[in-house]
Design a protein around this ligand. Structure first.
Ligand SMILES: [Zn+2]
Length: 279
C-alpha cells in the first residue's frame, strides 16, 4: 500500500505535469465503487468544468482543492495509481477512471484491486478530521510524539499497532514503521505505553529520516508488477534497495550483522533485528 512518501511522490509528479490550474474537460468513472456512495454521473458532473487550484497530501490522501471551494480527495489504498497521459491514449487494462484536462493531458486512474476511493466534499475535515499529526511538520517534536503515547501501563497495545493507526500519527504504513523502529532500536511488540521520552526522541528522528529518504528516492516499489507502487510519471520508486530490514529476512542487519527475522505483529509481516531491537 502506498504510504506517505509514495503519495507525496504522486502529488509532486502531478504538480510537475502542470495539471494544477488546468480546467477539467471530462471525467469518466468506470467503476461505481470508486466514488460510492456518490453516483458516478453526479460525481463526473460536479468535477467537470472545475479547476484544481491546489494539490497537496494529508496522511495517505491526495487532496485537490477545486475552484468552487469543494475538495476532491482520493486514497489509493492497496494498488491505485494515477498516471499522467495524453488524453488520446487508449483505455488501459486496469483503468478505473480518467480525468481529462483542457490542455490535452489526462490523469488515468488504474487500480488492479479496485479498493481505491474518490471523495468529493465541501468540508475536507469530513475525511481528514480524525487524522493524527503530520510526521514531517516542524511541530512533530519528540515531546509531541511522547505526549501522544498512552500513559496507562495497563494499555497493552504494541508500538507497531499504535504507529499504524492513522489517528495517532498520519501517513505511516508497514514498510516505514518497520524501518523506523529498526533505526530507533525499538522492538515492535513493546507496549506503546512503555516508550520513554528518550525513545520517543530516537523514534521521532527515525520516522522523519525514513520518510525523507523515501521521498528523496521517489517511493518504495517492492516489485515491478501492476500491484506495486508506480508514480504519476509511470516510474517505479527507488527506495526498496535502501531498506534496512523490510523484506530483508534472512539477510544480515546492516548495523550489527545479526540475521533479520520476520514474524507477524499487529497482523502484519514484521521485520526486526533480534540483536538491535530487544523486547
Ligand atoms: Zn542489528
Amino acid at each position: 500500500m502506498p504510504e506517505l512518501p509514495e503519495v507525496q511522490t504522486v502529488v509532486n509528479e502531478i504538480k510537475k505535469q502542470k495539471l494544477v490550474g488546468e480546467k477539467i474537460k471530462d471525467v469518466e468513472i468506470l467503476v461505481p465503487s470508486l466514488v460510492a456512495p456518490m453516483d458516478t454521473a453526479a460525481f463526473a458532473k460536479a468535477l467537470k468544468g472545475r479547476k484544481i487550484t491546489d494539490l497537496s497530501r494529508r496522511a495517505k490522501y491526495i487532496v485537490a482543492t477545486l475552484d468552487d471551494g469543494n475538495y476532491f480527495i482520493s486514497h489509493l489504498r492497496m494498488s491505485g495509481h494515477f498516471v499522467t497521459i495524453d488524453a488520446k491514449e487508449e483505455r488501459g487494462r486496469f483503468e478505473r477512471a480518467r480525468i481529462t484536462f483542457a490542455n490535452g493531458k489526462a490523469l488515468r486512474y488504474d487500480d488492479i484491486r479496485k479498493f481505491g476511493r474518490f471523495n468529493l466534499v465541501k468540508d475536507k475535515e469530513e475525511i481528514l478530521g480524525k487524522l493524527g499529526p503530520e510526521p514531517l511538520e516542524k511541530s512533530f517534536t519528540p515531546k509531541l510524539l511522547f505526549s501522544l503515547f498512552p500513559k496507562d501501563k495497563k494499555v497493552k497495545l504494541c508500538v507497531k499497532a499504535w504507529l499504524l493507526d492513522q489517528t495517532n500519527v498520519a501517513g505511516l504504513g508497514n514498510i516505514y514503521v518497520d524501518e523506523a523502529l529498526w533505526l530507533a532500536k525499538i522492538h515492535p511488540e513493546r507496549p506503546a505505553a512503555s516508550i520513554t521520552m528518550r525513545e520517543a526522541e530516537a523514534l521521532r528522528d527515525a520516522i522523519q529520516s525514513v520518510l525523507k529518504k523515501g521521498i528523496a528516492n521517489s517511493g518504495t516499489s517492492l516489485g515491478h508488477t501492476q500491484g506495486n507502487f508506480i508514480s504519476a510519471d509511470g516510474k517505479h520508486g527507488n527506495n526498496a534497495e535502501t531498506l534496512n530490514v523490510f523484506h530483508r529476512q534472512g539477510k544480515p542487519c546492516p548495523r550489527c550483522g545479526a540475521i533479520i527475522e520476520k514474524s507477524v505483529v499487529a497482523q502484519r509481516g514484521t521485520h526486526i533485528c533480534p540483536n538491535c531491537q530487544k523486547k
